[in-house]
Every structure is written in structure tokens, then in C-alpha cells.
Design a protein around this ligand. Structure first.
Ligand code: HEC
Ligand code: HEC
Length: 441
């Protein structure tokens, strides 16, 4: 049933579902510790990890059995893609070889999955969000969902363009796509669980991971989130070694950190463990791509709250491993990290001087830099994004060195193939890095 309390509608549109979770646990099961050994998830390993890993890589979760979470959140590409805008189900390849095929271009850039348990708001528009004892979700959720990250799992699975497919589609195995026939997210969740549990190896994995429980979709969500957190919820960067253990940063990164928290004003928005925020701001990022909704533009937080002041505002993104997760911004408008940082110094000049050459031609032709669009976007742009004083070229370099100090040093980044299973229980193909050895090795 749709719950649409007046108080909440003031801040969120009526399309938001509210799940009452009371004092549910946070996503993070344990305190983070720099010294946590990397978990290998082997034969005798944690069964919940093994289950979550299989599900994260298994195309069985998509209507047409042609896309997995890992197709877009590519471990070899630091849990993101190298594309400005993601490509949905029907696309072919993964990482740098992903191409449109029969898929659709999605409105947004794929988010990284690092330290996401510390975020109260998820997605670029915060449409999954914790609010006291409730979680906001754009779709109804099955019982047993306890945290924002768990609530997020059904969203891409239920989305027709992302994973579910269109009415009448025939799946990659020649069978009818039964998930596409359904019009209720809860029924989709049940049908995905029915698919998975029908595979004997999964039935065994669920039994091992959650013994003595009646299993359902919530266990799919729980296992995937557990897998994500084991691998990617780590404080293992040069910054953490400084912050937690007092090991000195490189001199330029040290000055960069002082600028970040001081005159550059970055920490007014990017703060906390993940250097993100649960706030939303319009930075005046050039608009392109298919947009959200009928008007073909992506109005960001406004799409969730319906509040005109939120037009074109996007969530302050986490900056963990940001150097490795380009292109940058909600639509991947910037091909370099330096371009993304420089945009903050003067959004209007950045809009006026935006270089189309940093986009693939298919997207460059959709960029809207005209006066009308600029007027609309800049009507709600935030003033508080510029540094507290002008920065020198050297200082910009130092800020970039500080961002580099946020790169994780975990086994995942050095040898991400550890994250990738050799096979998954459905027997469907597993996405591997195209064309030979992994670039970090
Ligand atoms: C077709 C590509 C694609 C697939 C498949 C996909 N994602 Fe994503 N993911 C994205 C994009 C694009 C975003 C950003 C969307 C937005 O903000 O509106 C995203 C955002 C997220 C986020 C939010 C992170 C944050 O900090 O806000 C999480 C968590 C996530 N995805 C997990 C998953 C899981 C789990 C699956 C599989 C059930 C999955 N994704 C499948 C493309 C994909
Ligand atoms: C007013 C709040 C605010 C301030 C101050 C701010 N940022 Fe941001 N930052 C944002 C928002 C919001 C975005 C995402 C905008 C979008 O995609 O539409 C962003 C995006 C970024 C990105 C791209 C991340 C990604 O995943 O694509 C980087 C890098 C970044 N900021 C670094 C900085 C640095 C360095 C500073 C200080 C010079 C800074 N920011 C100051 C709000 C802020």
C-alpha cells in the first residue's frame, strides 16, 4: 500500500514509498579497521560472501539474462564503467568495450560502490534514503529489507531499461522473459527469487548462508550487500594511514588536504568518511543524454521531491577512489578529474567553455549548451561552490594530489580478479576484463 504522509510529502513527492524499519541495523556490520585482511571467499569461506558474489555476477537476475550488476559495476574498472552514461540491458561487452547493441543509453553515470554504507542517501538524486526510522524508496519493497543499500538492490532489477527488459522480450536462453510481463515490483522480486532458488546450487548456497530461515528476495539483497561491503567498504588509502595512524602524506597531498578542508572550501560539501554528503546541489553541469522522464532532461533531486528549488541538484558524491572512477559528474560530463575539479572554481565559465571533444560523438550531439537551457540550469545553481579565495595552478595540482591520496590500496584495486568468480550457478557467462590482463597488473 502506498504511504504518503503529509509531512513527508512536503519533502518528497508522492511517488516515494516509505518502508518502516525502526531501529534496523546500519548497512555496515562491523567497525572498519585498516588492518582487516582481505577476504578470499574460497571453498571454506564465508557462505554469505560466496552467495553474494555469485549473485552480483549472475545475469540470471536480469529479465533477458544478459546483464549482471557486475556488467556495469565492473571490478576491473573500480566498480564503475569507463562510459559517461551507462548502457542498459541489451548492450554488449563490458568496461571499455561496452557498446549500445540493442540496449538504451541510461540517463546517468554509474556510481562507484566504495564506502557506500556511510551514505544516508543513495543514487545521484538520493531516491533511496534513510530518514529516521524509515527508508525512502522509489518502488515498494518486499518484507525483510532493512537498510538503504538492501532497498537499492531491487531498483535496477525492476528497471526495464537497466535489467528487466521490455514486454514480449525473449531472453538470451530463448525463453520468454517472464519478469518483463509483471507490473508490480514485489512480483518482480518474487519472480527473481523463484528463478534463482530453482537452481540447485543456489538453493544450497542460500541454505549455507542463511540456515534455518525461510528464504526470499530479501536474502538476495542481503547477500549482495554483504559481498559489496566485504570488498569495497575499506579505509585503506594513504589518507586513512595518515588519519588513523599518523603516517605522513606526500608533501603536495598534505598541502592539498589543508586546502580541501580550508581555503578551497571543498569540505563544506564533501565530508565524512566517504568525502561525500547527503546534500544536493546544482553545480551547473552541462546537460546531455536521454534525461529522466518525459521532457528529456535530468532534473536531479527535483525528480524526487518536486520542489522547484531542487531542479538540477545532485547528491554530493563520495570521493573515495574518485581518481579511478571517471568520467566524472552525474552524467560523466568531464573526461578528466582535473576538469571536474576546475568546474567548481567557476561553473558559469566552465559551462561556456565546455569542450564537446571529451564526449563520444553520439553524446556530444545531444549536449544542450544553448541560452535557454543555461538560463534554466543556472536559475538554481549554488553560490557556495567556489573556493573561499582564488586558487593558484600549484594549489589545484595539490588538491589533485590530495584526491589521489584517497585511492584505496586494497587487494581489489591491485588484483581485482580476486573479486570475479570463475563461474556462476546459472551457467551464464561471467563478465571478464576484455582483451587480456588487467590494466592494474
Ligand atoms: C545497466 C547498468 C547497471 C546495472 C546492471 C546495475 N547498476 Fe548500479 N548503478 C548504475 C547507474 C547508472 C547508477 C547511478 C544511477 C542513479 O544515480 O540514478 C548506479 C548506482 C548504484 C548504486 C548507488 C551507489 C551510490 O553511492 O549512490 C548502487 C549501490 C548500485 N548501483 C548497486 C547495484 C547492484 C547491487 C546491481 C545489481 C542488482 C546494480 N547496481 C546493477 C548502473 C547499473
Ligand atoms: C557546494 C557543494 C560543493 C563544494 C563546495 C564542492 N563540491 Fe565537488 N561536487 C559537488 C556536487 C553536488 C557534485 C556532483 C555534481 C553533479 O554531478 O551534478 C560534485 C562533484 C565532484 C567531483 C566529481 C565526483 C564524481 O564522482 O563524479 C569531484 C572530483 C569533486 N566534486 C571535488 C571537489 C573538490 C576538490 C572541491 C573543492 C575545490 C569540491 N568538490 C567542492 C558539490 C560540491
Amino acid at each position: 500500500m502506498r504511504f504518503c504522509a503529509l509531512l513527508l510529502v512536503a519533502a518528497f513527492g508522492c511517488d516515494t514509498e516509505w518502508i518502516d524499519v525502526g531501529d534496523s541495523p546500519t548497512d555496515r556490520p562491523t567497525e572498519l579497521d585498516l588492518g582487516t585482511p582481505f577476504f578470499d571467499g574460497g571453498e571454506d569461506g564465508d557462505p554469505e560472501f560466496v552467495l553474494g558474489q555469485a549473485l552480483f555476477f549472475d545475469r540470471e537476475l536480469s529479465g533477458n539474462r544478459n546483464v549482471a550488476c557486475a556488467t556495469c559495476h565492473v571490478p576491473f574498472s573500480s566498480t564503475t564503467e569507463t562510459l559517461p552514461l551507462s548502457i542498459g540491458e541489451g548492450g554488449t561487452g563490458t568496461g571499455p568495450t561496452r557498446s549500445i547493441g540493442e540496449g538504451a543509453v541510461l540517463p546517468r553515470n554509474t556510481s562507484g560502490l566504495f564506502l557506500s554504507a556511510s551514505s544516508g542517501a543513495l543514487f545521484w538524486d538520493g531516491r533511496v534514503e534513510r530518514n529516521g526510522g524509515s527508508i525512502a524508496s522509489p518502488i515498494p519493497q518486499p518484507p525483510g529489507i532493512r537498510t538503504p543499500l538492501e532497498a537499492l538492490v531491487l531498483v535496477p532489477i525492476n528497471d526495464r531499461e537497466e535489467m528487466r527488459g521490455q514486454l514480449g522480450d525473449i531472453a538470451s536462453d530463448g525463453f520468454r522473459n517472464e519478469l518483463a510481463d509483471l507490473d508490480d515490483p514485489i512480483a518482480v522480486a518474487q519472480a527473481v527469487f523463484a528463478r534463482v532458488i530453482a537452481i540447485p546450487e543456489y538453493a544450497e548456497l542460500f541454505h549455507r548462508a542463511y540456515p534455518g530461515e525461510a528464504h526470499g528476495f530479501e536474502h538476495i539483497a542481503r547477500a549482495i550487500v554483504h559481498f559489496q561491503l566485504e570488498l569495497w567498504d575499506r579505509r585503506d588509502s594513504a589518507w586513512d594511514r595518515f588519519d588513523l595512524h599518523g603516517e605522513p602524506l606526500e608533501p603536495d597531498a598534505q598541502v592539498g588536504s589543508e586546502l580541501f578542508f580550508g581555503d578551497a572550501g571543498c569540505s563544506r560539501c564533501h565530508s565524512g568518511e566517504d568525502f561525500g554528503g547527503d546534500d544536493f546541489h546544482n553545480l551547473g553541469i552541462p546537460a546531455f543524454g536521454p534525461g529522466k522522464g518525459d521532457d528529456g532532461i535530468d532534473e536531479g533531486r527535483f525528480e524526487v521531491t518536486g520542489d522547484p528549488a531542487d531542479r538540477f541538484a545532485f547528491r554530493v558524491p563520495p570521493l573515495r577512489n574518485t581518481r579511478l572512477t571517471g568520467p566524472w559528474m552525474h552524467n560523466g560530463a568531464y573526461a578528466t578529474l582535473e576538469g571536474a575539479v576546475r568546474h567548481h572554481l567557476d561553473p558559469e565559465s566552465a559551462w561556456d567553455g565546455y569542450a564537446l571533444s571529451q564526449l563520444p560523438e553520439s553524446l556530444a550531439t545531444t549536449v544542450r549548451l544553448d541560452a535557454e537551457m543555461k538560463g534554466e540550469v543556472f536559475a538554481t545553481v549554488t553560490d557556495a561552490v567556489r573556493p573561499l579565495r582564488p586558487l593558484t595552478e600549484l594549489e589545484i595540482h595539490q588538491l589533485l594530489q590530495f584526491l589521489k591520496a584517497l585511492d584505496g590500496d586494497s587487494e581489489l584495486l591491485r588484483s581485482p580478479s580476486t573479486a570475479v568468480p570463475i563461474a556462476v550457478p546459472s551457467g551464464l557467462p561471467v563478465d571478464v576484463w576484455p582483451g587480456g590482463p588487467h590494466p592494474f597488473r
